[in-house]
Design a protein around this ligand. Structure first.
Ligand SMILES: [Zn+2]
Length: 149
């Protein structure tokens, strides 16, 4: 199956499983560059209702494995479930960003283990490979140390 379609289907599937209250939309965005995906809250133009938009980097998604796509989706849905999406930009210090990334990643791993256990091992490897920026690296390092005891 086409990777972008897979992403969209899995996003909707996990949106239901995790009881995300607003509609989830997806959009390819070449400007994401170093990021695989990001999630933001928007309003529809026609009726002003809120929805979440997950933007993804098409280059990275096309070469990603299914395990990585699931991991990425659950990380982004973690940001929603944990209330990170609406944090005011001026409050986003490095410390807070790091804390959010740590929590979202922890959420992702917990739910991969629960819903897609066949990808759990691969997900642990992914964490080691992700080096999006320094805040992510620190957050993931902390998580790995906890997992590995
Ligand atoms: Zn994140």
């Amino acid at each position: 199956m086409n990777k972008e379609k897979y992403l969209e289907n899995k996003l909707k599937e996990f949106g239901k499983k995790l009881r995300i209250k607003l509609p989830l939309e997806v959009k390819s965005d070449k400007r994401l560059r170093n990021y695989m995906a990001s999630i933001t809250e928007y309003r529809y133009i026609n009726n002003n209702e809120l929805f979440y938009l997950m933007k993804y980097n098409p280059k990275q998604i096309r070469k990603a494995t299914k395990a990585t796509i699931i991991h990425c989706i659950l990380h982004e849905l973690g940001h929603i479930k944990l209330g990170h999406v609406n944090l005011p930009e001026k409050e986003l210090t490095n410390e807070i960003i790091m804390e959010c990334e740590y929590e979202a990643e922890k959420f992702a791993l917990k739910n991969i283990k629960k819903y897609e256990p066949q990808y759990y091992k691969q997900s642990l490897k992914n964490i080691i490979d992700i080096k999006e920026n320094i805040n992510h690296s620190k957050a993931y390092q902390r998580l790995l140390e906890e997992i590995n005891g």
